[in-house]
Design a protein around this ligand. Structure first.
Ligand code: MN
Length: 228
């Protein structure tokens, strides 16, 4: 007999390149406006203001290889991002020690119901309805640091139906991965299983059912995500 009064929810677990074992997800932090050109396209100053974060739910991460168009929106945008997976954590982590906590990296998408997010922004309300919906973060296989090292530069590209929509370079991040980890750890206790989506370059835009997204980051390969 179970010690729980209902069935325990499944652990969200992501595949790891070269391993049968999976990476269990604890929390998902996402940084906003982390590439200057994207900040400008969203109507903001590209100067380095303090970073800000929002969260998605662990079970929004989805390795199924497709993106079902979500309800209640007619303006769903793609945002290609590099995901950072932590193997350990703590409080008040220094920038110098931050990368010691990284297990690996993966391709990911911060899919966004932009119309709903826009309404929330206007009213000064939280973003969950625009950002943290079901299967809103397609994610690829995790590449361990042991295999690929730490990714500080490399081309980032998203195509829709073969046409390039977003492009940039990891070296254009306003807040680098160690800085994000350090900053977050001043406000939250980071831990093994935490995931950070590191922001998107310019060129975000809408997708429709039937479109095919192809995302790639140098060092992490590519993945194809049909919108269904
Ligand atoms: Mn994003």
């Amino acid at each position: 007999m179970s010690a729980f009064i209902i069935d325990t929810p499944p652990v969200v677990a992501l595949p790891v390149e070269g391993s049968d074992a999976k990476f269990p997800v604890r929390r998902v932090y996402c940084i906003g406006r982390n590439y200057a050109a994207h900040a400008v396209e969203m109507g903001h100053d590209p100067d380095r203001e303090p970073p800000f974060f929002f969260q998605k739910n662990p079970d929004n991460l989805d390795n199924s290889g497709e993106f079902p168009y979500p309800p209640q929106s007619s303006d769903v945008h793609h945002e290609i991002e590099m995901a950072v997976m932590l193997k350990s954590g703590g409080d008040n982590i220094s920038i110098e020690k931050a990368l010691e906590h990284v297990y690996g990296y993966a391709l990911s998408l911060d899919m966004t119901r932009r119309d709903l997010q826009g309404e929330q922004k206007k009213m000064g309300r939280p973003w969950e309805i625009g950002k943290a919906f079901e299967r809103s973060a397609p994610v690829g296989v995790i590449h361990p640091v042991d295999a690929v090292g730490h990714l500080e530069e490399g081309r980032v590209e998203l195509k829709v139906n073969g046409e390039t929509r977003q492009e940039g370079d990891l070296n254009q991040m306003i807040w680098k991965v160690p800085e994000m980890i350090s900053y977050l750890s001043d406000y939250f206790t980071l831990a093994a299983g935490d995931v950070i989506l590191s922001g998107t370059p310019a060129g975000v835009g809408p997708v429709n059912k039937g479109d095919v997204m192809e995302v790639s980051i140098a060092g992490l390969g590519s993945m194809i995500i049909p919108v269904t």
